[in-house]
Design a protein around this ligand. Structure first.
Ligand SMILES: NC(=O)c1ccc[n+]([C@@H]2O[C@H](COP(=O)([O-])OP(=O)(O)OC[C@H]3O[C@@H](n4cnc5c(N)ncnc54)[C@H](OP(=O)(O)O)[C@@H]3O)[C@@H](O)[C@H]2O)c1
Length: 292
């Protein structure tokens, strides 16, 4: 965890390549059309400086439009923003990756990107090494500041680093109470990779959990704030999605309280609770060899 930025009071994490990235960002999966534009504008007004999208989300144009509007309105400057997008697995490989990157950049209306991720390793296709080499070339040319991966597991990370000589800045993985990814986080820490948590609120399902609600009551915070604070104290980057300005504000108001070691442990122990656990696909099996 780095310094507080004066504009936002959102702390930064440091990447191994020297870049700083806001620890809290806005997730945009399922935000489409005007909803996406409104959410990104509202988030920037509230002080969010980190936006997470993907080619898959079909909202890069709207995210880009909102960024352009926010800059025109004087809410923010381009260099204050950190924009992440991701390369979908059907665009993996030396022949397609460069075009996919240029398409995302054009859709976003940006002349450089802050962070580009391989969305899923797709181990059965055997293309992530070639894909990452293309991304490294883009980074060398200065069109992307940092490069990383998503949904990678230790064997895939080992292979990537061994064959490219480059350690990704970030691995963005499913992570929330009930699925705390303890061993993967330890691996990341050992290798200087920042852990980014997707579906940090368990897609909303964890907000009714009794342990979460008890801690919310004890701290005078909301269930979402308790969960997001747990992520922050673990050192995760975290990208909750909301389309509501009130909930966007709520989710960012997590830097003025601290969970005790016991409260942290209670939340992490939800890994052993029944009915919780992984929500999304297992990256060892998804996508299938055909890319579906
Ligand atoms: N790399 C990957 O493979 C991958 C996979 C999945 C997701 N992601 C990224 O991670 C981001 C976050 O994950 P996610 O969108 O799946 O789920 P999430 O952020 O865990 O949860 C979002 C859900 O929680 C609700 N919510 C948000 N804040 C709330 C609050 N304070 N109180 C009550 N409800 C609240 C939202 O509803 P409202 O919008 O109505 O507030 C929405 O239904 C995505 O948007 C995407 O950017 C990446």
């Amino acid at each position: 965890m780095g310094d507080m930025t004066s504009a936002t009071l959102i702390p930064s994490v440091s990447f191994r390549d020297g870049s700083e990235y806001p620890q809290l960002g806005l997730g945009t999966w399922k935000l489409r059309g005007e909803d996406a534009i409104r959410a990104v504008r509202a988030a920037i007004e509230l002080g969010y400086r980190h936006i997470d999208t993907a080619a898959l989300y079909k909202n890069e144009e709207e995210v880009g439009r909102a960024i352009k509007e926010a800059i025109a309105a004087g809410d923010v400057t381009r260099d204050e923003l950190c924009v992440t997008t991701k390369l979908w697995h059907t665009d993996q490989g030396a022949d397609k990756a460069a075009d996919a990157f240029q398409t995302s950049l054009r859709n976003l209306g940006l002349d450089y990107l802050d962070l580009y991720l391989i969305h899923w390793p797709w181990p059965s296709a055997g293309k992530f090494v070639a894909t990452f080499e293309v991304m490294a070339k883009m980074q060398g040319m200065g069109t992307v500041q940092s490069i990383g991966v998503s949904n990678f597991f230790p064997d895939a990370l080992d292979e990537l680093v061994a064959k490219t000589g480059i350690t990704p800045a970030v691995n963005q993985v499913e992570l929330h109470p009930g699925f705390s990814q303890e061993s993967l986080r330890a691996y990341h820490e050992q290798h200087g990779i920042v852990t980014a948590a997707w579906s940090p609120l368990g897609q909303g399902t964890l907000l009714e959990n009794d342990t979460v609600r008890d801690i919310a009551q004890a701290t005078g915070k909301t269930p979402a704030q308790v969960i997001l604070r747990w992520h922050i104290q673990l050192g995760n980057m975290v990208i909750p999605k909301s389309q509501s300005p009130e909930r966007l504000a709520e989710n960012a108001a997590i830097f003025d309280f601290e969970l005790t070691a016991d409260q942290m442990a209670q939340l992490t122990a939800l890994d052993n609770a029944t009915g919780l656990g992984r929500i999304g696909p297992d990256p060892l099996e998804f996508p299938d060899p055909e890319g579906n």
